[in-house]
Write a protein that binds this ligand. Sequence first.
Ligand code: MSP
Length: 762
Amino acid sequence: MSEKFYLTTPIYYVNARPHIGHTYTTIVADAIARRKRALGIDTWFLTGTDEHGQKIERSAEQANCTPQEFADRVSAQFRGLWDRMGLTYDDFIRTTEPRHKQAVQKLFALLMEKGYIYKGSYTGQYCVFDELYVDAAPGAPCPDCGRPTETVSEENYFFKLSAFERRLLEYYDEHPEFIRPETRRNEVIAFVKSGLRDLSVSRTSVNWGIPVPGDEKHVIYVWLDALSNYITALGWGSPDAARYEKFWPADLHLVGKEIIRFHCVYWPAFLMAAGLPLPKTVQAHGWLLFEESKMSKSRGNIVRAETIIDTFGAMKPELAKAEQDLFGADVLRYFLLREIVFGQDGSFSFDALVQRYNSDLANGYGNLVSRTLSMIGRYFDGMVPLPATGGGAVPRAANLRNEIPGSIAAFAASFDAYDFSRALETAWALVADVDGFLTATAPWKKDDNITEEQQQAYRSTILYIAAEAIRIITALVYPVIPYSAAKVWAQLGLGDIRKADLKNLKFGGLKPNTKLGELTPLFPRADKETITHMSELEQKNAPAQAPAAESPAPAAEAAAPSTSKLRSAIDGLAVAMAESTNETAAVAAFESAIAETVRESMGSRKEKPAEPAQTGGHASEDAAKLPGGPVLPPAPATGTIAAPAPAPAATAAGDKISIDDFSKIELRVGQVKVAERVPKADKLLRLEVDLGTETRQILAGIAEAYTPESLIGRKVVIVANLAPRKLRGLESNGMIVAASVEGGRPVLAGFLEDVPVGARLK
Ligand code: MSP
């Protein structure tokens, strides 16, 4: 039996049309699927849409149509975009399809039969945005996302999640590859260790969902419904389960980091309860940020893939529209896989996109292909030359040839470990080396000291090696830029790249005398106007993005809070959320109201800030509660330490401290090893800082001033002996020192000369 590989993306909510965040995950999955297929692995790639639940029900109401009509429309937008981009999913599941609904009901019945689902009653706070019951007091915002919660009192069915605590922990322990990367694994383990409570898996106040079999006034909880797609799409629970038998368990669930808990706690527990095998790996990736925060409809900072596809597609007017789309998709694919370090958050910008395109695709790979193949055209009549034996006379030829097997292996190792940027770096290092080889050997130069025959022999060796290296590079990068790689493959005279065999890729595969195909330009250079054009397109589209599914824009003021008081801002936000309208304005008002409230309350307190709640609150609150989180409000600009937020002039005039007092503060040099955003907390970064003797986790309210990437490797000053605090369930062990500029952003303390990690500041 041949090796198999089953991979999935999350199924996307249909409350809003796709943006490049969704596109990112789907592109990654497509690139992996293409590589697996090229390696001869029997691959199944599943994507789809998640169409039930309160969020969709409300979006449909807002758009004045039925939930089904609404879901049909948005689901088609997702699928249409994937098709325009040529994504090679094998199946697209919709949770409103009968094949899914009946199998979910079967799973629910099976879990009941096995005694893992029971009926009980529950009153709690429900977060509609996260589709989750949360630990919050009535009236309090969601501890995860800060949005308002609703008090829901219902008779529910419960899943005995608590029964799986030990089994899950054992499973994580025995299968370290189950959750990747390591930081996420640690997070999940900590979550499970903190105790699991039974999970409500039905709702009676929601209509838009799959009815509980035998008790139809209940609908099945959206996450139980959604997660099941990974098996229902394979035919589990249907008369034809052959595909399930062949492909389950999944080899890879690709997910954004914010839904790791659902995939690594609830999903394996459901499967364990049903007696089904567990997926092999859940791989979380970071967020694509735009203007420094996670793209989201509510923030209004969305970039759509169409903007990029249309703009770059138009640079190739000679192509038919469908091919222009595929070309544009390649540009986006290359950028996302090359620029974003997979697993970490990464910023998207049009400038960076154009810069990468020009340097790597137009001037790099594209230029190399065109100069090599046109010389073969000129000197060898368009036939791949037979290299002169040995090629000893050609400087660097042997080196370059010897480098290639290592490049193939390094590319494979990185790509198969999902380190796409490193893999592409390896491929482009080879592009640069071949380019350098051509420049150094200058096959176009006439040498009067040798015969024409000798000159041709010299050229044949150079151009064969260059063309062969191009063939190898092209085969490697095919999963990333399939359209362009296929073009180059055809220009090399090799026919259909989909038949290329990556398993046996080695130097020498290009047959001399192969007739080159037609040579056409590959990557025209992009100019500055391309950037302007994309920004304008995005702005033009912006108003249409806010309401889901292009429903008419609601009156902008409808949900805007009229006062700065927190209560009314929360009410405003609640209305905006409920109506799915104008969330951006309401969120902004909510944030500033919180900031104001926090500032007010701090101004009136002289003592240290109260301990933060275990679960944390809104991002701004978190920042203010950080051990010295230098964000809100700006402390008086007296010292270099952004003092604990209230800092009402801790050193009031005349109030001097002794040297002994100062020596109580242990300041040390640390180096940032890991930096990432904290989900749903705009201002917070989670850092792992090396102090020489240990690595500390520190939460710092500096996300508005520093991107995570910019901090990696940076030396910072840490207050090392602060008592630990918990924020958003994460422990912060120390404080990072920053200047707090009135009205401005925090500025990290640093050194002009190099200092060893761990050194003490005295
Ligand atoms: N419907 C659930 C998933 C159910 S899976 C059984 C859901 N849907 S979603 O529409 O919100 O999509 C979330 C996923 O989209 C993320 O996990 C990630 O894969 C992708 N992304 C959405 N926005 C993103 C960014 N800004 N950056 C990177 N990926 C993003 O959650």
